[in-house]
Structures are given as C-alpha cells and as structure tokens.
Design a protein around this ligand. Structure first.
Ligand code: HEC
Ligand code: HEC
Length: 333
C-alpha cells in the first residue's frame, strides 16, 4: 500500500514503533460496535439500594436525572428554627425600618437608649465626686487623695478640651503668643490652688467678667514716657538682672530708669508682683521673651495678655478639677 513505502519525512516525526499500520477503509463487513460494557456483579447491598431508587422530579439535564429526595431532617429542623427565631426577633426587637425610625419591638430595646443610660450611669457616678469637689474648700482640694485623683483625671480632660489650644497640650505654654507655661513655679498671678482657681474662673484682662484679673503695663515708648536712650539702658539692665550678657555701661544708668519706672510693679529686685500680674524679670523664665528685640518691643508697646473667664463655660466642679490638675503639674504653691 502507499503508506508502506513512504519515506519518513525529514522534518516530521516518526511514530514510535515504526510506521503506523494502514487504516482500513470502513466497510459493511468490518463495522463493529464497541463491546457492551461489563459491570461487576452487584452485591445484595447494591441491589437493595437500586431497588429503593427514589422517584425523580422529572427534570433531566443531558440525561442526568434529579432524584426527588426529602431534605435531611436535621437540615429542615434548623431551617424551621431559624424562621421561628426570625419571627420572634422581629416581634421583640426593632426590625422594620419606617420613615424616621424602625418598629420599636415589644421589649422597647434601643441601642441608642442603652448608650444614653450608660452615660447617665457614668455621670451619676461622677456626680458624687463633683458634689464633693464643690463642697470641699478650694485650698484643701488636694488633701483627700481619692478626691485629688478624681480631680486630676477630670481636670486633664477639661484641660485638653478648654485650655490646650492656648497653653499647649502639655501646658508648656507658647511664648510667641504670650501664653504662659503652667509647669514651672514662676507665676504671674499666683500659684496657690485659690489663685489658680480665681484665674480660671474670671480670666485675665477680658471684658466679659468684672472680676477678671486686671493690670496694664504702660507703653513707655509709644506714650513717650521714656526716651529711646533710656529704653536702651533699661533693656540692658533687665538683661543684667536676668543673668544674661549685657552692656554694663548702659545697664548702670538703666538701674535708675528701672527704679523710677518699673520697680513699682516689677519690684526693686525684679522679682515681680503677683497682685499685678507683673512677671519676675530676674529669672530665665519669659512670658514673651528675654532677647533684646522682644524686651524692647515689650517696653515700647507694652503687652496685654488676655485669658477668657470660665465661670460661664464650665461647671464649678470642672473649674475646681482643672485647677487641681494645673496645681499638681509641678509649679503649684
Ligand atoms: C484664649 C487663650 C487662653 C485659654 C483658652 C486659656 N488661657 Fe490661661 N492664660 C492665657 C493667657 C494669655 C495668660 C497670661 C495672661 C497674662 O499675660 O497675664 C493665661 C494665664 C493663665 C494662668 C495664670 C498663670 C500664672 O502664671 O499666673 C493660669 C493658671 C491659666 N491661664 C490656666 C488656664 C486654664 C486652666 C485654662 C482652661 C480652663 C486656660 N488657662 C485657658 C490664655 C488662655
Ligand atoms: C503698672 C505696672 C507695670 C509697670 C510700671 C511696668 N510693668 Fe512691665 N509688666 C507689667 C505687667 C502686668 C506685665 C505682663 C503683661 C502681660 O502679661 O500682658 C509686664 C511685662 C513685662 C515684661 C515681659 C516679661 C516676660 O516675661 O516676657 C517685661 C520685660 C517688662 N514688663 C519690663 C518692664 C520694664 C522694663 C518696665 C519699666 C520701664 C516695666 N515693665 C514697667 C506691669 C508693669
């Protein structure tokens, strides 16, 4: 036959085991159907199950038929229990959304009411402490350690919300803004619990509270109270009394300028006066700054630091709590 003497194709593949045997053309005679399949003998088990073949649903996909089996009982029961659960839940709890709120449910349960109740509980518990804060003498607020602990916690929260924007999160102050640090023991208006309580209650140089702390340093430059030369001299004198580098030749006459113009408020030795909110000038702690330019600016234009009053904004107990908090920061007297 033609295939027998066909040379192997140089590029093609030679079938393994030599050339492929010729394929006979199909005729009536050689047409055979594949042998029918033989299955292993079915045992009695298999036969029984075959007998119990359930009815089919009549659905058939590509010859695969769907048995009409009942659901497993455990599955059905779980299903029914879920339905019952859902119905009971819908009756007892808020379930169906309506226009503005959901159906209330028979139990009247509401997560929002729950939160409100918890907050009320919390406040009621704090109320006892707030009461004690208000009933205790301001000066002895730190004598009861338990009460003090509560006050410091509550005061810290008040400070973060009401004071930190000016005094800094850690009460370290912001010199550029004239916001004093509350951490040291240099006080403008006094560092006892009562002083601090008073400052917070009524504020400083504000127009809203008639009891606000008040004082004004004269603007020695713009009001023409001192000449330029005298200002230069007193600047050097302030630098000398605060222990900074200074021009001794200017500082010497500066002492006299100070005595006549400044000592009334800042005291002879520059130690300041808390009755007037006049800061000490004989230390390294500055409200506005101790470099020459800043000193000059303060003396020429004066300063006018304002702090709001808190009697309208906070409860008395909160004012006391934050006073205790500030007092224990390190500088309390
Ligand atoms: C709007 C800014 C501002 C806020 C808010 C503010 N303060 Fe003040 N506070 C000041 C300024 C400014 C001064 C200094 C005023 C001055 O120059 O005498 C000051 C001074 C003080 C002083 C006096 C310091 C001293 O040395 O005597 C205390 C105490 C104080 N603040 C506590 C608080 C507390 C506590 C709060 C929050 C309840 C608070 N401040 C909120 C601006 C503020
Ligand atoms: C009527 C009282 C008064 C007189 C007089 C006065 N001061 Fe003052 N001085 C104050 C007060 C009050 C402040 C704080 C102002 C503020 O906080 O806004 C202050 C602040 C200052 C400061 C800022 C200190 C800092 O820490 O940044 C300097 C410096 C100063 N005074 C120097 C002088 C000198 C120098 C004179 C005299 C030429 C003088 N003062 C006269 C009341 C006075």
């Amino acid at each position: 036959m033609a295939g027998d003497d066909k040379k192997p194709d140089p590029n093609g593949t030679v079938p393994e085991g030599g050339p492929r045997p010729p394929v006979e053309a199909r005729t009536e005679e050689n047409l055979v159907s594949p042998p029918s399949r033989h299955y292993p003998e079915t045992g009695p088990e298999l036969r029984r199950s075959a007998r119990a073949d359930p009815p089919t649903t009549g659905h058939s996909w590509d010859g695969i038929e769907e048995y009409d089996n009942p659901m497993p009982r455990w599955w059905l029961w779980t299903f029914y229990i879920c339905i019952a659960w859902a119905v009971i839940y819908m009756l007892l709890y808020p379930a169906w959304p309506l226009v503005s709120k959901a159906t209330p449910g028979l139990l009247g349960y509401s997560t929002r009411a729950e939160v409100v109740r918890e907050m009320q509980d919390f406040e009621a518990r704090n109320e006892v402490w707030f009461q004690r804060l208000v009933e205790t003498e301001v000066a002895s607020l730190r004598e009861d350690t338990e009460l003090e602990r509560f006050a410091v916690q509550a005061g810290r929260a008040v400070f973060a919300a009401q004071c930190s924007q000016c005094h800094g999160a850690g009460a370290q102050g912001v010199q550029a803004g004239g916001f004093p640090s509350l951490l040291n023991d240099a006080w403008l208006w006094g560092g006892t619990l009562e002083d601090i309580h008073q400052t917070i209650s009524h504020g400083i140089r504000n127009e809203d509270d008639p009891d606000a702390r008040w004082s004004e340093m004269p603007a020695f430059g713009v009001d023409g109270l001192l000449s330029d030369e005298e200002i230069d001299q007193v600047v050097e004198y302030v630098r000398a009394m605060s222990g900074q580098s200074h021009d001794a030749a200017l500082a010497e006459p500066g002492a006299e300028v100070f005595e006549w113009n400044c000592a009334a408020c800042h005291m002879d030795d520059g130690s300041g006066n808390t009755d007037l909110g006049a800061p000490a000038l004989n230390n390294q702690i500055w409200l506005y700054g101790g470099d020459r330019d800043t000193l000059r600016h303060t003396i020429v234009y004066s300063r006018f630091g304002v702090m709001p009053a808190f009697t309208q904004r906070l409860r008395e107990a909160e004012i006391r709590a934050v006073a205790v908090y500030v007092h224990q920061l390190g500088g309390g007297q």
